[in-house]
Design a protein around this ligand. Structure first.
Ligand SMILES: [Zn+2]
Length: 94
């Protein structure tokens, strides 16, 4: 048994020179949103990889005593979003 049995992916610690993902308030741009992947919810900040209408984006959820705050990454083509998701998990973007 390892921690992986209980947790989803944890992004790696940030690396020097990581890129910042520009966040903006969530917009209901599509009726159906599919969550393809997500990071672990045990940390105050978690991320999802969502697809909708042939595009993809990465909402960031920050939970604190002040409440829950969600901001969305720019909407990207799926291939670009997949690259950004990998970069996020590897600590190269956040
Ligand atoms: Zn976890």
């Amino acid at each position: 048994m390892s921690v992986e049995d209980f947790h989803s992916a944890h992004p790696e610690p940030l690396k020097d020179g990581y890129s910042r993902i520009r966040g903006s308030p969530p917009m209901p741009r599509a009726a159906t949103i599919r969550v393809r992947s997500h990071t672990c919810g045990c940390t105050p900040t978690s991320y999802e990889l969502c697809e909708a209408a042939g595009l993809a984006f990465i909402p960031r959820t920050v939970r604190s005593s002040a409440g829950t705050h969600v901001s969305d990454s720019p909407w990207l083509r799926r291939a670009e979003a997949d690259k950004l998701w990998t970069a996020l998990l590897e600590g190269r973007a956040r």
